[in-house]
Ligand binder design. Sequence first.
Ligand SMILES: Cc1cc2nc3c(=O)[nH]c(=O)nc-3n(C[C@H](O)[C@H](O)[C@H](O)COP(=O)(O)OP(=O)(O)OC[C@H]3O[C@@H](n4cnc5c(N)ncnc54)[C@H](O)[C@@H]3O)c2cc1C
Length: 459
Amino acid sequence: MASTGLRTTESTALAPSGDQPTIEPWGRIGGRGVERFGEDLERLSAEPTLCRGLGRSYGDSSLPAGPIAINTTLANRILAWDPQTGVLRAEAGLSLYTMNRMLLPHGWFSPVSPGTQFVTLGGMVASDVHGKNHHVAGCFGHHVRALRMRVADGRLLEVTQTQHADLFWATVGGMGWTGAILEVEVQMTPVPSPWIEQHTEQVGDLESLVARLKEVSRTWPMTMSWIDCLKRGKHMGRGIVYYGRWAQPDLAPKTFPKWNAEVAVPIDAPSWALNPLTMGLFNFGVYRSHIPRHKHGIVTPETFYYPLDRVLDWNRAYGKSGFTQYQCVIPDAAGMGAVVRFMEALTQTGAASFLCVMKDCGPEGQGLLSFPTKGTSIAVDIPVKSGTAEVVATLNKLVIGVGGRVYLTKDRFTTADDFAAMEPRLDAFREARAKWDPQLRFASAQSVRLLGDSPSGAA
Ligand SMILES: Cc1cc2nc3c(=O)[nH]c(=O)nc-3n(C[C@H](O)[C@H](O)[C@H](O)COP(=O)(O)OP(=O)(O)OC[C@H]3O[C@@H](n4cnc5c(N)ncnc54)[C@H](O)[C@@H]3O)c2cc1C
């Protein structure tokens, strides 16, 4: 754990000419600002500005509107842990990686986990992250019992689902725009063993795949699917459906699973490395590796939850021009036809790469800007090129037309008009934000783009 006392550094060493971008988002495009590090978030947040955790949001969510962001990762102490109830209270910079290593050996796991463990508690709340169990567990914020926050007028507040409830639900999924989260108290989930019972099924076309995903979600707590989004014609949307649950002790090995040894991508991939041929071959390989059609086994949680974490800095595989991830949810009410139209539009753009994931989402949560709603979430990596903004605009038009929305923590190219058109809760969010931060002091490059905030970070 971190010791007490403030050690503040501004990483200007990384900004040789003073105006070079030093904070890069995960998608590696449009970096800006410098980070201020410290172990004492209370003092570090004395002057309100955007917080940033491990920078795993893909677009500009973690880039400050002004020159400086507070990096929370040195504030990572566990403040309270009750092994009887599973209630954890920790500083906002604690990573899920550390939580897993500390608590899984004692039979506890995060109630909701995204597809990487290199995220902080603060980032999990601010994005209201969802996992493979959204259809049964909702988002992370649903399991949060309390937050300790610094709000714009300088006060330090205990914020819960009943105390300052409007601030709580604006902060859950509120992308850091309502204040600094200093501490998080969350109800962890008990698990019967540290192993996962995993099933995978190869499915040959989109409609069968979505139907199978929804079918397994009725009985399995963790589900998702990978799609070969380069395939067109009758095999468009072919892919693999994954489902699983924590293994019961009689099925699980008696030993504790080995943690991954991560390897790093040493250099940026050259621009020619990702092309339709290499991506098509990759997808073909993944699809064909799932023969026999139905496989099952006992796997480690890292294999099941975090396959991409094996390779540190895998974002370098997209080369220096970076990438964005387009993630939207198509409401069930729009019908299967809407999912088919979306996939057709996506394949026609020719923009998609090999990572395309579909999840079954449960009902909308209470976070005012929280992403999931009852429907199908589709996430696809798009290498950035000159026409990427147009591709996103095309997909957004379709998504708006069927009452869907995009996930802010992945977004980089949505326009303010499109965001307003897809977000009926925006007025309620603006109202809560205006109450708690009338001068809009907590702002990001994303809030400048989507909400019209001042680029300097102050109204
Ligand atoms: C490989 C990969 C897989 C992923 N899979 C999923 C997934 O399955 N489901 C999902 O929901 N997400 C997923 N994500 C996205 C990721 O979970 C979120 O972007 C998460 O917020 C990242 O946490 P972070 O600590 O890196 O936050 P950052 O990226 O540093 O910041 C994200 C946002 O949180 C705000 N923030 C961070 N800390 C604080 C704080 N203390 N107070 C106030 N605001 C704060 C920032 O201002 C910013 O708006 C994935 C990302 C990657 C790279």
